[in-house]
Design a protein around this ligand. Sequence first.
Ligand code: ATP
Ligand code: SF4
Length: 316
Amino acid sequence: MTLLKINNLKVYYYTRRGIVKAVDNVSLAMNKGEMVGLVGESGSGKSTLGLSIIRVLPPQAKIISGSVIFNGTDLLKLSEREMRKIRGKEISMVFQDPLTSLDPLQKIGDQIVETILEHEPNISKQEAYNMAKKALQEVGIPPDRIGNYPHQLSGGQRQRVMIALAMVLKPKLIIADEPTTALDVIVQDRIMELLSALKKEYGMSILFITHDLALAAERSDKIAVMYAGHLYEYGSSTDVVNKPLHPYTEGLIESIPDVFMRKEIKEIPGQPPDLTKPPSGCRFHPRCPYRMPKCSREEPPILQVNGRLVKCWLYS
Ligand code: ATP
Ligand code: SF4
């Protein structure tokens, strides 16, 4: 069952350098209880897409057109007041750096209690406190740490607190933007395991934003690949990783290091483009080994190929 359906979304930043076309005509659907890994190199528009869903974009960003249908409602048509009821309760977000999201001067338990009471004013303070304790326990933080300040916890524990904050009201969707990038690989794996467990236990959907395709593929049901503000491939993780259709996805997979050194690492040549002046036609054409004359002239349409979405002239 579809939980989120983004249709033809365009989000631009108005900067002194010009208009940055960060998300340009992106459509993407997510089902209930599904983890979707949104991958792509830095600057491909992943975070902008995530921030657009809950409408917490910086002031220079503007949603130009499109819709974000969540559970049947277009979030882009809601007032800010209505949106505040959705954020934290129906959709919550986990960011890369918990220190910027947690209040350093407030105990972690109080921060969770505050979030609960903001959305559920009929719950007593004691009840909210018990919920906070339970949430901490669920993310693997001993409940007796409830009186700790963020600085008394390790980086991995702080990220767990962020996840406790994000899941305490059992939202339908968690957007996790590079939640493990600042952590070492072992802690990273535990955090990913925790997100997967929440998905299973509560049927939450998770949009997992990362530049790390290998990490996304391990846990996600589906993979969406973004490049230069466009969605280039979307399909089941197994299909996308085992048989990438889009040349950009292929390039991302070839650039993943193999711990057993069984294969040669091949970097994608060149750099992602400046999105104030994106390349004509297919935005990947300057870097694509398969480009044809048509690729620089005309933008490819999104095509359905073997149950997958692919934006490439090779399949038309
Ligand atoms: P990263 O992993 O580096 O965050 P990303 O794929 O999430 O990359 P975005 O952060 O969404 O990509 O950036 C998409 C484009 O929008 C980039 O060209 C970026 O420079 C630009 N951009 C992002 N935030 C802003 C901003 N606040 N003001 C102006 N341009 C921005
Ligand atoms: Fe390469 Fe052309 Fe496909 Fe773009 S449309 S990815 S340039 S083959």
